[in-house]
Design a binder for this molecule. Sequence first.
Ligand SMILES: C[S@@+](CC[C@H](N)C(=O)[O-])C[C@H]1O[C@@H](n2cnc3c(N)ncnc32)[C@H](O)[C@@H]1O
Length: 256
Amino acid sequence: MHRGWSRSSPRPYPGIKDPSFRRSVALFRAFLHEQDDPDHCYSLLARDSVNQVEAYDGPVAGRTVVDVGGGSGCFTAEFRRRGAHAYLFEPDVQELGDKPPDGAVIADGYLLPLYDGVADVTFSSNVLEHVADPQTFVSELVRVTRPGGLIYLSFTNWLSPWGGHEWAPWHYLGAERARARYRRRTGRAAKHTLGENLFAVHIGPTLRQVRARDDVRVVSARSRYWPFLAETVVKAPGVREVATWNLLLILRRCPP
Ligand SMILES: C[S@@+](CC[C@H](N)C(=O)[O-])C[C@H]1O[C@@H](n2cnc3c(N)ncnc32)[C@H](O)[C@@H]1O
């Protein structure tokens, strides 16, 4: 029997205030200062995300955690701070930055250099919208997770107000127009180009695809940041594409 939370059992850490206004406001304020104080923003987000993992799966201490597309490694660092054996896999050396966590591996999430089922927790934050083939990416996350293990998969969907990333919310008027506007306003080329390193991933099709899989069970499909009705908002077709902001899927790897 796995130790995870299920709909029929109470959450093991009811003290964690997620969702709550206080938490969402703190996260939102940190996002507003992402450019001038990235350390605060990402350390807060990392603490919050690991809290979410622990809320569904219990303490991560002693567990093997695989962080796929983890950028500079703030999530890996937080998992390690809590006693997990956490490993960062990131394909882009620039994203790793100057001080990646020890043992960071340069690797693509489509083809992780890992045996099947090695991870107790597989963690992927805001990567799915950056890969051209999300289904293959998810399959690889599932492959490296042990039966009974947890998969934390979050992404910003295309019709989210933040879907266009640095050129949001102008992506609602079209990606090319939004990119051109960004260049005019900042004098710099945008980091993201639709179809190259940012893809229009939608909530409805993603949910249908993960629910159709027989190797994972969807424990929760919820808004990652919302202060209330975090699961309810994801149940409303159409509305959810705009209102969810960022979809968080908590998946449990099924036994073979
Ligand atoms: C928006 S950043 C997210 C970084 C970090 N996970 C976070 O939540 O702050 C997207 C990351 O996805 C990575 N990425 C893009 N394509 C990838 C792939 N095929 N496999 C693994 N990571 C990928 C990028 O290099 C980048 O570090």
